[in-house]
Design a protein around this ligand. Structure first.
Ligand code: FAD
Length: 411
């Protein structure tokens, strides 16, 4: 009988396993897929050209526990990446227009904070004006921040996010950092958990490669996986826990990387450029990350879900068209390769990250609440102030093991 089984080797499961090893718990870390990292996953597009399919930025870097891990491992990241450019249809936005948009963003957030102080927990779209020239752009960024659309996101939850506005990309990729943190941990790959029995003493975790018995289990799979019922709980999870899973559904966020022949932008180009045209869904591009010849476009919310269903070719076509709108046909013709993510249809995640539904404030605490001191939950969705992030997931794993260690010791 083990002390603990950890289900899922994403950032939360890896954080939990490191903490369990530290405090001397006997444990197994079981992972459904052939690799560790979950939504932290880096591939390459060329020699040394890291492309993060999932998490990319060390958000809130100065208070992000993974930054210290990156430092310890000697992994480089880039600070101060704020220089942004905006194109409005066929012309570049003036500095005054960009300032005007930034003011709209500030006002929108002030309005959300004011509404929350009045005790309202409504959708972003109910508070942020619908008739501004900047509404579409604000909605687009909301869909990237939350992976859901402005009418689907709770303002009371959103304002709890602790944002220092330091978003620093790692040169070798965030997925690489998370994979390195798993080095030396005992991980059982290709071992999907099908059923968790908590009807007797302790828990029985049934995987496709055999069963494990333990004093406690820590479930770190996404709310997409929980909502789909891919893991059967016996007895079933209580209604209040299921309601929390439903209230914290995953949205969609995808990335479209286009590999270019050479550098068409010159040495002095902005970090990112957004194409925005009234009535159309905007599209942001990161240009040549760390000086490598590719660009990355991002989609979010229902639009991302729709484009994912339309397929890789449609995604690449659209991104290439937007690149042409921004920089001209010569640049668009230099696209020589691509890689496109499909998080909604990833069977081990089923979406991007959790967005609390309007009225769903407080459900993160409910989702994280243990059952009977043996069924524990971690993952980005339980983080009160760093949800939807890799560091929030990692920290939730550390916090859960601190509680589990107490229970195991006293039990
Ligand atoms: C496109 C995109 C961009 C993002 N950008 C950022 C960013 O820039 N910065 C940032 O901080 N965060 C970002 N995030 C969010 C961040 O990646 C996640 O919040 C975080 O990685 C989630 O970690 P987790 O451990 O909670 O869940 P997961 O990473 O989903 O880990 C859960 C693990 O459980 C496994 N699993 C599933 N089912 C089973 C089963 N039945 N049995 C066993 N194992 C199972 C999965 O394979 C997975 O490995 C982004 C995410 C996406 C998708």
């Amino acid at each position: 009988m083990l002390d603990l089984v950890i289900v899922g080797a994403g950032a939360a499961g890896i954080g939990a396993a490191r903490a369990a090893r530290e405090v001397g718990l006997s444990f197994e870390l079981v992972e459904a897929s052939h690799r560790v990292g979950g939504r932290a996953y880096t591939e390459t597009l060329g020699p040394g050209w890291a492309f993060d399919l999932g998490c990319h930025w060390l958000h809130s870097a100065s208070i992000n526990p993974l930054r210290a891990q990156a430092d310890r491992l000697g992994m480089r990241y880039r600070e101060n990446v704020r220089r942004r450019v905006l194109q409005l249809g066929t012309r570049w936005a003036s500095p005054e227009e960009i300032a005007d948009y930034e003011q709209f963003w500030e006002d929108a957030h002030a309005a959300m904070n004011a509404a929350v102080r009045e005790g309202r927990d409504v959708a972003v779209a109910e508070v942020v004006p619908r008739d501004s020239r900047w509404t579409d752009l604000h909605d687009y960024w909301t869909s990237l921040l939350t992976s859901a659309d402005a009418d689907q996101v709770s303002i009371a939850d959103l304002v709890c996010y602790r944002d220092t506005e330091e978003n620093w990309p790692l040169e070798a990729g965030y997925g690489t950092l998370v994979a390195r943190l798993a080095e030396g941990l005992p991980v059982r790959l290709n071992s999907a958990v099908e059923r968790i029995r908590w009807d007797g003493g302790g828990v029985r975790v049934e995987t496709v490669r055999g069963d494990l018995e333990a004093r406690a289990v820590l479930v770190t799979v996404s709310t997409g996986v929980l909502a789909a019922g891919d893991i059967r709980f016996v007895p079933s999870l209580p209604d209040w826990k299921q309601a929390a899973v439903t209230a914290l559904a995953l949205g969609v966020h995808n990335r479209i990387a286009l590999v270019l022949e050479g550098n068409p932008f010159g040495d002095e180009h902005p970090y990112s450029v957004t194409w925005a045209h009234v009535g159309e869904t905007p599209m942001n591009f990161i240009l040549r990350p760390f000086g490598h010849d590719y660009v990355v476009a991002s989609t979010g919310g229902r639009f991302a879900a729709w484009l994912e269903r339309a397929g890789v070719e449609a995604s690449v076509d659209l991104a290439r068209t937007r690149l042409r709108d921004l920089f001209g046909a010569d640049v668009a013709r230099r696209v020589v390769g691509h890689k496109v993510t499909a998080w909604a249809t990833d069977p081990w995640v089923r979406g991007a990250y959790s967005a609390a539904a309007p009225g769903g404030f407080g459900q993160r605490e409910v989702l994280g609440r243990p059952l009977d001191d043996r069924l524990f939950f971690a993952g980005e969705a339980v983080s009160p102030d760093a949800f939807a992030t890799c560091h929030g997931a990692f920290q939730s794993g550390l916090d859960a093991v601190a509680r589990i260690a107490e229970v195991v010791r006293t039990g």
